[in-house]
Design a binder for this molecule. Structure first.
Ligand code: SF4
Ligand code: SF4
Ligand code: SF4
Length: 353
């Protein structure tokens, strides 16, 4: 195993986004991974057989772990110079200052920020504890990063409340200098059903994708990369998109929580518990263990629709966290199946392929 997401502060965050998966914001005390656990994590990473180790330092809001914590990360990596350490941080950027930006620049961390489009669309859901929109604070952090030559990619979450503003969201990001853009359709397994005021329906996601595709074509700027468009264009050329939601590669990374508990992808919550750092000798013990193998097997079972689908080898039934049960079937189907097929069809017609 060579890819990890480490939730160094657990779900702890300084923001209160309305759709956050950690909607229980009663947590007032910071949870930060202890130095002892961080050291144990590195002990396990160092003995892993892979030369390249990717770690996405995550949260909640990972910068709440503090600068000393991040300096410890770099020091521990330097103790093992024969490995190639690829560090990434996904942050809401509100805490970024010059010191953070210099650190990320000097230590070559890849930074991803979360911005939901324009100021108007971002502030619909991304608010602070007093209910105020956070756009200005986020963009202040983004600009500090850029002033230090750190150019973050961006993840933009789309909910039922913002899906009608596709073009505004896209141009809001482009016009503020983002070049690497990814859109996430918000789908909350925990609040599935009529009560979910945020989760996108399949047809809403298709309309959104088509609108950003048209806006991207109008822009005619090949330096603007949109993950969803790149993935669909790869598919049109019968190539595999470079993204777990298309590749069926859920099992190629692990999540380590601040308390050392180990799970599969963060989006899948804590139901599938795979162990704890403290009792491990190697990460290979986790991925060769019966719990992991059983889970891996269960997520690769395909529903009937996928078994007969020409695109199955390019889609793999989509994201495991975005699947819904179908009556009478053992395996659930990707919630955005129709969008995936519809977007492919739209692009082929639009490009005359
Ligand atoms: S920044 Fe992320 S972790 Fe924090 S409240 Fe918003 S969605 Fe949740
Ligand atoms: S989710 Fe839909 S598009 Fe993907 S493999 Fe299954 S049937 Fe095909
Ligand atoms: S649950 Fe979805 S996002 Fe997470 S690794 Fe699997 S496919 Fe990727």
């Amino acid at each position: 195993m060579s890819s990890f997401q480490v939730k160094i502060v657990g779900d702890f965050c300084n923001k209160r986004c309305t759709y956050c998966r950690n909607r229980d914001f009663s947590q007032n005390v910071a949870t930060v991974m202890s130095f002892k656990k961080l050291k144990k994590l590195f002990m396990l990473l160092k003995v892993s057989p892979q030369n390249k180790v990717r770690v996405n330092w995550h949260g909640g809001e990972p910068l709440l772990a503090g600068k000393t914590f991040f300096n410890n990360i770099v020091d521990l990596e330097k103790e093992c110079p024969d490995k190639l350490w690829l560090n990434a941080v996904q942050t809401n950027a509100t805490l970024v200052d010059s010191e953070w930006a210099s650190f990320f620049h000097d230590n070559e961390f890849h930074i991803g920020v979360s911005v939901d489009g324009s100021e108007k669309t971002h502030n619909v859901n991304r608010i602070d504890a007093s209910g105020r929109g956070t756009y200005k604070k986020v963009m202040r952090g983004v600009n500090i990063l850029r002033n230090h030559n750190v150019h973050p990619s961006v993840i933009c979450t789309v909910t039922k409340k913002t899906t009608k503003d596709a073009k505004e969201m896209f141009l809001g990001l482009v016009n503020t200098g983002f070049k690497n853009i990814a859109f996430n359709a918000f789908y909350n397994t925990a609040s599935e059903g009529d009560g979910d005021v945020y989760g996108l329906a399949d047809d809403e996601w298709l309309v959104f994708l088509v609108e950003i595709f048209e806006a991207w074509i109008d822009l005619n700027d090949p330096t603007i990369r949109v993950r969803e468009i790149d993935s669909a264009l790869a598919w049109v050329k019968s190539k595999s998109a470079n993204f777990c939601m298309y590749r069926g590669t859920c099992h190629q990374w692990l999540v380590v929580d601040y308390d050392g508990e180990i799970y599969p992808c963060e989006r899948l919550g804590k139901e599938i518990h795979l162990g704890n750092l403290q009792s491990l000798k190697t990460f290979e013990d986790v991925v060769c263990g019966p719990l992991f193998l059983e889970w891996k097997e269960s997520v690769s079972i395909l529903p009937v629709k996928c078994q007969g689908c020409d695109f199955c080898s390019l889609c793999h039934n989509g994201c495991v966290s975005h699947r819904q049960a179908i009556k009478g079937e053992e395996a659930p189907l990707y919630t955005y199946c129709k969008s995936r097929l519809g977007f492919d069809n739209y692009i082929r017609n639009r490009l005359g392929l």
